[in-house]
Ligand binder design. Structure first.
Ligand code: GTP
Ligand code: MG
Length: 485
């Protein structure tokens, strides 16, 4: 079917974040405003057996509905769902994954509500938020589950003490105060001595949370023995922190086999957003050291700046999609035209080729600009990319770079004038601390009879590179220009 002219809005603007391959995907959902929801529906404190069993029933339905969920763990108003390592659930698209889990959990919660709260009507719609986290191996996924279970223990022990104190007549403030700074052992002692409660006798569902998984059983749905093992979705309250559960259920987080083709899934291309102006900013690394070794003039070495401009010019020849360049000091920003298709907008390839080209030009042009200086240390450049949706913002970006040029240059001009006049470097820094641009201009004028505005424009304003129409009017030729924008 022919695409309509509007099809580009999908092709160019819709992006799907795919979760990395060969990772255990965890979707953790959490009740929104359940503090209020639990009050409104008169949940028992600190644990409501019905509410927790309802959560478990929803988790069970999730495992029935989505076979790729291998285990789920829940406590309070939250539940974590672990998808098998190689799941291709909606091609591992993050938004599909989160939204479907949260939506399905919510609908089951609503539909099963009456089974657990037959005498309570739902007074407001329950809803959940969700997040997705990826864990790269079995150890980290086990640690994740252990972390949630430790959290369950800490919160439950605290809440058990807290509500025991409140029910015995303390105000909530007094109860918090009584528990402040207490250790786990202190809390157990408090429960035993003041309320004759042995914390370890509290229901395991409260203390350890609930785990839902497919167990291998040799009974049918009615509990009668059968010959062949079958899988049954089971809710338990085991310890996930120690090794025992995992040793007995090794198949749950079993590693899967990979074919060679699978490695392609790891190539996660990030394309720069369409209909945006891409700016590639190149800046030299460890340039202080580099300029010292090559005895560049301070604060500005005109030849070094001209070398940077020459490289910028070559960049514009190499990449016709660059429409503008702006540079000062040891950096150059290149603006690519809005619709550039350079490397199909693959960010990695744009960054690497720009960085490599610029470095290569710098090295090759070096002798031309510094005929009597050996290149004794390899210059290298880092690159950052940003994208701006409107030309107005591109202009603001360039203005910001130019104002940075002005600030830096005015400061270094003052600093080196002071140092050259005999002040120590620390003293010079001290003198310039907290000075305004106006103060710096005055300092230069009064101490050194220097009018900052008469300094070369290339130092004060940086350099622009852009194309000008050549004499015959049909060819564009890269030129460099110093001055304002
Ligand atoms: P958000 O998740 O940020 O929207 O806030 P929230 O109000 O849901 O709080 P949070 O998720 O941090 O904590 C869950 C809250 O749910 C607890 O603080 C309790 O108030 C409530 N809750 C969960 N389970 C029970 C329960 O079994 N009994 C009672 N009484 N309250 C519960
Ligand atoms: Mg919540």
């Amino acid at each position: 079917m022919a695409n309509s002219k509007y099809e580009y809005v999908k092709r160019e603007f819709e992006f799907h974040r795919h979760l990395p391959a060969s990772n255990w995907i965890v979707v953790r959902i959490d009740g929104c405003h359940f503090h209020r929801f639990s009050e409104l529906h008169a949940f028992e404190k600190p644990n409501d057996d019905r509410a927790l069993r309802l959560m478990n029933a929803c988790a069970t339905s999730m495992l029935e509905k989505f076979p790729d969920i291998v285990i789920a763990y829940g406590v309070s108003d939250e539940y974590s769902f672990v998808f098998r390592e190689k799941t291709e659930f909606y091609k591992r698209r993050e938004s599909k994954n989160i939204s479907l889990c949260v939506s399905y959990f919510t609908i089951v919660y609503g539909m099963k509500w009456k089974d657990f709260f037959p005498n309570n009507d739902l007074k407001e719609p329950p809803y959940f938020d969700g997040r997705v986290v990826c864990y790269p191996n079995i150890n980290t996924i086990r640690d994740y589950l252990a972390w949630r279970q430790v959290d369950c223990h800490i919160n439950n022990q605290y809440n058990t003490c807290f509500w025991a104190l409140v029910k015995s007549g303390k105000t909530e403030k007094e109860a918090h105060q009584a528990l402040k700074g207490t250790s786990s052992k202190d809390k157990n002692k408090l429960l035993l001595q003041q309320f004759q409660v042995n914390y370890n006798d509290e229901p395991a569902m409260f203390r350890k949370g609930s785990t839902v998984y497919r167990d291998k059983v040799k009974t049918d749905d009615c509990g009668n023995p059968i010959k062949r093992t079958r899988e049954a979705i089971t809710v338990s309250n085991f310890d996930l922190i120690g090794p025992e559960f995992w040793e007995n259920h090794q198949y749950i987080l079993g590693e899967e086999k990979y074919g060679y083709e699978y490695v392609k899934k790891f190539d996660n291309i990030h394309r720069l957003p369409y209909s945006n102006w891409t700016i590639v900013r190149i800046s030299a690394c460890q340039f202080d050291q580099f300029s010292l070794i090559h005895s560049f003039d301070k604060p500005n070495d005109e030849t070094a700046l001209r070398l940077m401009n020459a490289c910028a010019s070559l960049m514009m020849e190499q990449f016709p999609d660059i429409i503008f360049g702006y540079g000062f000091d040891n950096e150059y920003s290149f603006v690519f035209q809005e619709k550039t298709e350079l490397y199909q907008r693959d960010e990695r390839l744009i960054i690497s080729s720009c960085s490599s080209c610029f470095t290569s030009f710098y090295m090759m042009k070096w002798k031309e600009y510094f005929p009597s200086k050996e290149l004794v240390q390899p210059p290298h450049f880092q690159v950052e990319v940003s994208c701006y949706p409107e030309p107005r913002i591109v202009c603001d970006y360039l203005s910001r770079r130019q104002s940075e040029c002005h600030n830096r240059n005015q400061y270094t001009t003052c600093f080196w004038m002071l140092v050259k006049s005999g002040e120590g470097e620390n003293k010079a820094k001290e003198i310039l601390k907290d000075t305004l641009p106006k103060d710096k201009n005055e300092l230069l004028f009064q101490r050194f009879q220097m009018n900052y505005n008469n300094e070369p424009a290339m130092f004060r304003k940086g350099s622009c590179a852009y194309r000008q129409k050549s004499a015959n009017g049909c060819r564009w030729k890269p030129v460099k220009m110093s001055g304002g924008m």
